[in-house]
Design a protein around this ligand. Structure first.
Ligand code: F6R
Length: 611
């Protein structure tokens, strides 16, 4: 997520800005940049890490100033690149040396861009921020504060901005609407940031800007106004919380927050894509390839970890809904085999980050062998999203917790939409499509129902949390869910867990079962329900402690298990979107009960960019 740090005072700004950016790194970003006034305007931007930016400006005397703005960007408009990184400036030829860093989205940027183009402005990036910088330049008449106020009256959307102008080397103007910005007040200095964690090292006195408020800062004074230039008196407060804590709200960890965000993010993921009234799926990202998708003979799904589990569910969906032979494979294995890629193959890379090295290499290999490639990726402009022929973004927002949760729901939802989209162009009947879409639209409400049982799930988990070996079992689309439940538990609580198809247990793992061993079994109503009940009895008769995830209203289940967690009744292909949620919560509660660092599990990185 984007982050802003800005400084005006008497200290060297360079180190302070870079250190501030580093404190914001945990929020995720793809590029970084800085602008500094020091006998002129100096700008440096880079793709990738803040350490890369540090190298760029470290020895450069131009960056020795005491007033500067800095930014970490998480792409929304335009791919991550040096060109699209912030700060963004006004017109290079006719401008005033204005530089802007910006968090948020300017919704009416295309009409503003056209207006500015008509006035002769030339743009160098794809960002909405550059449009804002040009607009401020266009309206500049010798006073930066007035130009910013005028520009902000023209924009719709959300913003937190910090602005510098070469013509006014001792002034900084900052403003916000709908995106946080805090002004730290020191002695003859101000430290501005979108996150108080970048401020508290320097001062604990600060004021929070209200929506549609502008602040003009010099080294020894500030003035705040509305965008209509009505003067305001902000209340200076003692900073108690970092934005990380504020962002967490009532949640103790990002993982829990992200689990609870799932209904909302799923709604966003489906927004404008699922039309249950007319029975249509609209996927802009693959629209140009409709014909190729209609002709698809084979689907190949590639991913790692949680993304692979989502891909495994995709296999059931593509075969079940679209009737297309589908294979799923660890990207890391696929890339080193001699895979046969037949004509008419669509290879889909499933990835939250879009940067996983193995998944990227595998999709390149599939492409080289003639497959059409698609990405089901979360991070806009990531390597996989750029290198595939087309794709559908997950739209679940930045995932900060290392253990993937909301991205899994997004991946399964995108694969469901894709399978339905492709299926309709193959064998899927109109009324079946309508049924599937109607059920899909209701899933966010059903996830909310599951989340309400968190206290019950905590109680169930507490009963077995001291056990060091667990099994997770499922059948059909719930088999990958069992794998995902086991992965979640082991990665954050360090409890050893195995996931497998329920029937596989008899082929060896059953010998592990002893008195009290926790065995989590997804036993929802569906074509294999009776068989799963049989598996539960096999576990129980050997003393295992069975925790069932079952369908609401199943009155029989209690007699076959020790604990039960109910989920609403939905068609089998969509069950994973609900059955995974109790397993995420079991893993979360187990890790907290065992005192583990849920958001930063040992040995794990959020994105695995090495083999
Ligand atoms: C598990 C987890 C990992 C990732 C895997 C792939 O919670 O996060 O297993 O799913 O490393 O990452 P992406 O989806 O970024 O390709």
């Amino acid at each position: 997520m984007c982050g802003i740090v800005a400084y005006i005072g008497s200290k060297p700004a360079r180190g302070l800005l870079l250190e501030g950016l580093k404190r914001l790194e945990y929020r995720g970003y793809d590029s970084a940049g800085v602008a500094m006034l020091n006998g002129g305007m100096h700008v440096a931007r880079t793709m990738g890490r803040v350490s890369g930016l540090e190298e760029l400006v470290h020895k450069d005397e131009q960056f020795n100033g005491t007033i500067g703005i800095a930014h970490t960007r998480w792409a929304t408009h335009g791919e991550p690149s040096e060109r699209n990184a912030h700060p963004q400036g006004d017109d290079a030829k006719n401008g005033y040396g204005i530089q802007v860093v910006h968090n948020g989205i300017i919704e009416n940027y295309s009409s503003l861009k056209q207006y500015l183009k008509d006035k002769g402005h030339a743009f160098t990036s794809e960002t909405d921020t550059e449009v804002l910088a040009h607009l401020i330049g266009e309206l500049y008449d010798g006073d930066l504060e007035t130009a910013v106020q005028s520009a902000l009256r023209e924009v719709t959307g959300a913003y937190a901005i910090a602005v510098l102008c070469e013509k006014e080397p001792d002034v900084m103007v900052v403003a916000r609407k709908g995106s946080p910005l805090i002004v730290g007040v020191g002695k003859d200095e101000y430290v501005v940031s979108s996150d108080s964690s970048a401020i508290v090292a320097h001062t604990t006195q600060a004021f929070l800007l209200d929506d549609e408020t502008v602040a003009r800062l010099t080294r020894d004074s500030f003035r705040t106004t509305t965008v209509e230039n009505v003067e305001l008196t902000p209340e200076i407060q003692e900073l108690e919380y970092t934005l990380e804590q504020i962002e967490l709200g009532d949640f103790e960890h990002f993982m829990l927050k992200e689990i609870y965000e799932q209904p909302a993010t799923l709604r966003i993921c489906m927004q404008g894509r699922v039309d249950a009234v007319d029975g249509k799926i609209i996927l802009g990202g693959v629209a140009d390839f409709e014909e190729d998708l209609a002709k698809a003979k084979r689907v190949l799904l590639l991913g790692q970890g949680t993304a692979l589990h989502a891909a495994m569910i995709g296999e059931y969906l593509f075969e079940g809904l679209a009737g297309i032979p589908t294979e799923v494979e660890f990207a890391s294995e696929f890339r080193y085999r001699n895979p046969i890629v037949e004509e008419g193959t669509i290879a889909i890379a499933v990835s939250q980050s879009g940067e996983t090295a193995d998944t990227y290499a595998a999709i390149q290999e599939a492409k080289r062998r003639g497959a059409m490639t698609l990405g089901a990726v979360n991070v806009v402009g990531s390597t996989i999203s750029r290198e595939t022929d087309a794709g559908v973004y997950l739209r679940v927002g930045p995932e900060i917790g290392v253990a993937s949760t909301k991205a899994f729901i997004g991946q399964v939802a995108v694969l469901t939409m894709l399978a339905t989209y492709v299926g309709r162009r193959h064998h899927l009947a109109g009324e079946d499509m309508l049924d599937a879409l109607n059920s899909l639209e209701q899933i966010p409400d059903h996830i909310e129902t599951v989340l309400k049982q968190s206290d019950h799930i905590l109680k169930v988990t507490r009963g077995v949390v001291n056990r060091d070996n667990w099994l997770f079992l499922g059948r059909g689309t719930n088999y990958p869910v069992a794998l995902e439940g086991a992965l979640k538990l082991k990665e954050i609580s360090y409890i050893h867990a195995e996931g497998m198809p329920a029937a596989e247990m008899k082929h060896g793992p059953i010998s592990l079962i002893d008195k009290g061993m926790p065995v989590v079994i997804v036993a929802t109503k569906g074509s294999q329900y009776e068989k799963v009940i049989g598996n539960m009895e096999e576990v129980r008769s050997r003393g295992g402690h069975v925790i069932a995830v079952a369908t609401e209203g199943d009155s029989e289940i209690q007699s076959h298990c020790d604990d039960v967690i109910f989920v609403p009744d939905v068609p089998e292909p969509l069950q994973p979107l609900l059955t995974v949620v109790p397993l995420q919560l079991i893993a979360y509660h187990a890790a907290v009960l065992r005192g583990k660092d849920v958001d930063k599990p040992r040995n794990l990185a959020k994105s695995v960019t090495v083999e």
